[in-house]
Write a protein of this length. Structure first.
Length: 202
């Protein structure tokens, strides 16, 4: 198994001139399993708990679905900050605040839909209103993603990490051949990436 992976790495890796092979080949140790369970990924493996849960879609009566755990050619958006509504005016009306949040999050999610986003990684938290709208649009999301992971995904998937939700329409979504979640929803795999950027053994 290890000899096979070493042979594949030697044949496919293309580090930059004067760069070590360690700059694009990462070894990821996953809990559980045996050595023979190891496999070669032409991309990135990262630890990240994903909240894949059943929910009732608000646009369909009694429709219960789960967020996908496997996407072919995903359209990826990376956001460094929380996806929350910032109150810009003081008001004593909770209903007014709720309406402001509803409209603000609605505009942002609509912008994502214009770009056909189906995978969102956020460095902070996501408010309840935005979570519901993302779920109803079938957009998979992960919260609390580390800056180092966002940077690695940006490099592998050819996109940028946004500093504000207002930058959504001005960006180019990232992509890879396949995104999936394994090992009890604790690990994300980004496969089919540029061989000059990243390979992993897990």
């Amino acid at each position: 198994m290890l000899e096979m992976m070493a042979t594949r790495a030697a044949a496919s890796l293309a580090p930059a001139v004067n760069s070590s092979i360690n700059s694009i080949l990462k070894i990821k140790t996953l809990q559980g399993g045996q050595r023979d369970d190891s496999h070669y990924i032409d991309g990135l493996v990262c630890r990240q708990n994903i909240a894949i849960k059943k929910y009732k879609a608000t646009n369909q009566s009694n429709a219960v679905r789960t967020m996908p755990t496997d996407l072919e050619n995903p359209r990826i958006l990376l956001l460094a900050c929380p996806l929350e509504h910032e109150r810009i005016s003081f008001t004593s009306s909770l209903e007014a605040l709720r309406q402001q949040e509803e409209e603000h999050m609605g505009m942002i999610i609509k912008d994502m839909c214009h770009l056909d986003i189906n995978l969102l990684l956020v460095g902070g938290s996501i408010c309840h209103t935005a979570r519901e709208k993302l779920m109803n649009r079938n957009i998979v999301f992960a919260v609390g993603v580390k800056p180092s992971v966002l940077a690695a995904v940006a490099s592998c998937c050819k996109t940028q990490v946004l500093l504000s939700p207002e930058q959504v329409l001005g960006t180019v979504p990232g992509s890879c051949g396949r995104w999936r979640v394994e090992k009890s929803l604790k690990y994300m795999y980004f496969e089919g990436c540029d061989p000059k950027v990243r390979h992993s053994v897990a």
